[in-house]
Design a protein around this ligand. Structure first.
Ligand code: ATP
Ligand code: MG
Length: 395
């Protein structure tokens, strides 16, 4: 999969921007705060309809503008597609998707059109933080692969929000649960019957591939990486029978009602699942070193790439945000080997971070006095712009 054109309008510090990226590696370098990550974020939006670093769409609208837009022309074996997203926070339906210039009715139409895998320093949170980070990772990976998974997830969340609103109200006013609670539970159960088995199978596949990658990167076969899926319905974890899952889910939901009413929120469900990272059978979060965590995250992302490739038959676009300088030589070599053949966008503050990678185009990103990003290609042999050589001023 190749992004042939990337367009931004009033997106972060870009007013109007268009680039035709290289099919190999696109190296974006420049000073801190110039707008490098913003470009990667725009690609992420085109793939998943959301940022990798904020849940607030408002934040990406350029200061002073009312709406932001980003879009890509993407080439796959199946042909060329134009995907665009318009964000108008504050308006009713604030995310609009356009496929081949026609407005799509649902955000789900975006899923699978552009596949991307993002590597960023924040990824360490995948292991260090709580279950929601790990679920988000799994959900984003699966949504890109299957629009129907994304739809099930949306339905689940909507029904869950409604059930939670009822629980909050009933707790506050000391009322019993109304009959319609059951309707929302049924909707959750139906969606869960699609979500749970998909997550379980993906976790198994991720574990198998990530463990191989981990062993190859670390060179230590004794340090076995494990990914243990923590299902909300252990008793139905092995089945793929949707009706059986639905029944078991509904039963568990009903049994949790009393407790949920006391808490004012839903204590059971797909939103409580987790994916535990283990090393030699022990939970990584509790005892792994920084280096081990970094290797585990890298391994999981490489595994995601491989699964994307197997499932869609296309190589995903890779977004590497500030990761090169954080990797030591063996990890960097591994990553560079794996990105061969994939269109890649890499940000770094130093151009030499990507030495050893031949098939690349270099862009220098800077910020104008007005605070707008400017991107210019730096051709081989051309001098690096002066200001990038300046030492940071800590005075
Ligand atoms: N909504 C917005 N409107 C205008 N400018 C914005 C907006 N959001 C962020 N910016 C600007 O974008 C810049 C940050 O861009 P970005 O995160 O891409 O930097 P970067 O080049 O990746 O920097 P670093 O090397 O520190 O990671 C900042 O100057 C910030 O002020
Ligand atoms: Mg950045």
């Amino acid at each position: 999969m190749i992004i042939e054109t990337l367009r931004l309008r009033d997106f972060r510090n870009y007013a109007q921007f268009e680039m035709k990226p290289h099919p190999g590696v696109n190296l974006l370098f420049g000073q801190n705060g110039s707008g490098k990550t913003n470009l990667l974020e725009a690609v992420h939006y085109c793939a998943l309809g959301r940022s990798h670093r904020t849940a607030q769409d408002m934040e990406v609208v350029r200061k002073g503008a009312e709406a932001a837009a980003c879009g890509v022309t993407v080439k796959t074996a199946g042909g060329t597609r134009e995907i665009a997203l318009r964000l108008t926070p504050g308006e009713g339906k604030h995310k609009q998707v356009f496929v081949d210039r026609k407005r799509a009715a649902r955000l789900a139409s975006l899923m699978g059109q552009v596949q991307c895998v993002m590597f960023s320093p924040e990824d360490l949170q995948l292991i260090k933080e709580g279950p929601s980070e790990r679920r988000a990772f799994l959900d984003m990976m699966l949504s890109q692969l299957s629009p129907s998974y994304f739809v099930a997830l949306q339905q689940y969340r909507k029904a869950l929000d409604q059930r939670n609103a009822i629980l909050r109200d009933c707790r506050r006013f000391g009322r019993p649960l109304p009959a319609m609670t059951e309707d929302f539970e049924r909707q959750m159960a139906r969606a869960a019957s699609a979500i749970l088995p998909t997550r379980r199978k993906a976790a198994e596949r991720l574990e198998r591939i990530a463990a191989e990658k981990y062993a190859a990167i670390s060179g230590k076969t004794a340090e076995a990486l494990g990914l243990r899926y923590q299902p909300c319905l252990p008793e139905a974890a092995e089945t793929e029978d949707a009706q059986e899952i639905e029944r078991a889910f509904l039963k568990a939901c009903r049994s949790a009602r009393e407790e949920d009413l006391r808490r004012g929120t839903s204590s059971f469900g797909a939103h409580r699942e987790d994916l535990l990272f283990t090393l030699m059978g022990r939970e990584m979060k509790l005892f792994a070193s920084q280096g081990q965590i970094r290797t585990a995250v890298l391994s999981v992302k490489l595994a995601q790439m491989e699964i994307d490739r197997e499932e869609s038959g296309e190589c995903p676009v890779l977004l590497l945000d500030d990761v090169m300088s954080e990797l030591d030589r063996p990890r960097r070599t591994h990553l560079l080997r794996e990105i061969t053949g994939a269109q890649t966008f890499v940000t770094c503050t130093d151009e030499s971070d990507l030495d050893g990678c031949e098939d690349r185009r270099v862009y220098y990103v800077s910020q104008s006095r007005e605070g707008l990003a400017e991107v210019r290609e730096v051709r081989a042999g051309e001098a690096v712009p002066e200001e990038s050589l300046e030492e940071p001023d800590f005075s």
